[in-house]
Design a protein around this ligand. Structure first.
Ligand code: PMP
Length: 417
């Protein structure tokens, strides 16, 4: 997946990896095969990830960076090698640019607090797109409340792509930060991050890339993007909950005051005060998510040989298969751009039918989708809807499941109209 185009020519057989995900082999609601299409909310875990975490708890668990004893040193070694895996995976220039956080939300809040409070003032502007997740909205609105800065919004086009002319037009010398999602968790739109970062930098603004929906599904290179900050969550990329990554350019992180105070992030503490520690520990106050970091490293090792480009192509194919069927249903509207311009997310509304009711009846058919605003209320307001249904695919989903989802939908809708 590059810029806003997915190469669907590379194929991939999900059945080959399906046994790695025993949770998906279940039948629910009277022998209905479980079809899990809620991957944009959270993905499932291959045995390799579960085993790596279990193995750590069984053999190598202790708190990190604090003990001189063998177990602590072994655990610290694993924790730091997880950081190196992430560095390599996202193309960061240095391991100290990789901060382990609690998730995407935590990463954005850390930047809005640490960088934002130090650099944003009354009269400055923060530019957000209408397709941001609340995680990349509310921390900036809170910063605006604290400082008197103004939040401005980039429009989207009729077909759910970012309006790049509006993006360029809204950048000016007052813009200090741009909050940009790499992939919309509702529309599936893939934004041309590199180009938009270039425009923002030309105007003197920094960019916080929300990569929560990009990293699990496509190759990422933060240096190629030239992102100032980027963040994502372990639980959407086959890893555990409770962990995420904040990437920041070293020169920015080095000048930022830490957001959370506590153990690990200091050099020295006296009764008079404290001095900051070095990167990355400065931003990892307290006991970090140790085993979770090992889980994320195992997820990366799992994803790498399959290949992110093949995964992206597979998901786009499934979304296209589903969308072609959905397009045949009267009164159903799929949100966002054409399938070849987006990732494996198909959100839709059906005239006169509640999204919640659709998801409940789909669940009874064994199909797990999400209904609601998907933490994108400004986007839903803009579209004039209060909720939508979202099916989101991942590497283990099959074409048969995509078709079954569409067939189930066609079967249940007459009951709801
Ligand atoms: N941004 C996007 C685009 C997301 O899809 C999500 C998760 N729905 C988040 C941010 C928040 O991630 P987390 O809940 O893991 O912090």
């Amino acid at each position: 997946m590059t810029a806003n185009h997915v190469d669907t020519s590379v194929s991939f057989d999900p059945l080959a990896i399906r046994p790695d995900f025993p949770i998906l082999a279940q039948e629910i609601h009277r022998q209905k095969p479980l079809i899990y299409l809620d991957n944009a909310a959270s993905s499932q875990h291959p045995l390799a990830v579960l085993k790596a975490m279990d193995h750590c708890y069984e053999t190598t668990y202790a708190n990190v960076h604090r003990g001189t004893h063998w177990l602590s040193e072994e655990a610290s070694g694993l924790y730091e090698s997880a950081r190196l895996s992430v560095q390599n995976f996202i193309g960061a220039a240095a391991d100290c640019e990789v901060i382990f956080t609690a998730g995407t939300t935590a990463g954005i809040n850390a930047v809005a607090r640490s960088w934002g409070d130090a650099h944003v003032q009354n009269g400055d502007e923060i530019l957000l797109t209408l397709m941001e997740h609340h995680s990349n909205i509310v921390p900036w609105q809170q910063l605006a409340e604290r400082t008197g800065a103004k939040v401005r919004w980039v429009a989207i086009t009729e077909d759910g792509q970012l309006d790049q002319d509006d993006f360029a037009a809204k950048l000016n010398e007052r813009t200090k930060m741009v909050g940009l999602t790499a992939v919309s968790n509702t529309l599936g739109t893939i934004n041309p991050v590199k180009h938009l970062v270039e425009l923002a930098h030309a105007a003197g603004a920094l960019v916080m890339v929300d990569a929560a929906q990009h990293v699990p599904h496509a190759t990422i290179d933060v240096v190629d993007w030239d992102a100032d900050f980027a963040t994502f969550s372990g639980h959407k990329m086959l890893g555990p909950t409770g962990i995420g990554v904040l990437y920041g350019k070293r020169e920015l992180l080095e000048k930022m005051p830490p957001f959370l105070g506590g153990g690990s992030m200091i050099k020295q503490v006296t009764t008079q005060g404290f001095t900051w520690g070095d990167l990355p520990a400065r931003f990892e106050a307290g006991t970090p998510p140790i085993v979770e970091a090992i889980g994320v490293a195992a997820a990366i090792e799992y994803l790498k040989p399959i290949g992110l480009d093949r995964i992206a192509a597979h998901e786009t194919h499934l979304a296209a298969v589903a969308q072609a069927e959905l397009d045949k249903i009267d009164g159903l509207h799929v949100l966002g751009p054409d399938p070849q311009l987006k990732c494996g997310i198909v959100s839709f509304v059906v005239e006169g039918v509640s999204a919640q009711d659709i998801s409940v009846l789909l669940d009874l058919q064994g199909v797990a989708v999400r209904a609601g605003h998907h933490c994108t209320m400004p986007l839903h307001d803009h579209l004039g809807i209060s909720a939508s249904c979202r099916a989101s695919f991942y590497l283990y989903n099959t074409e048969e499941e995509a078709r079954h989802f569409a067939d189930s939908l066609a079967t249940i809708l007459p009951k709801l109209r």
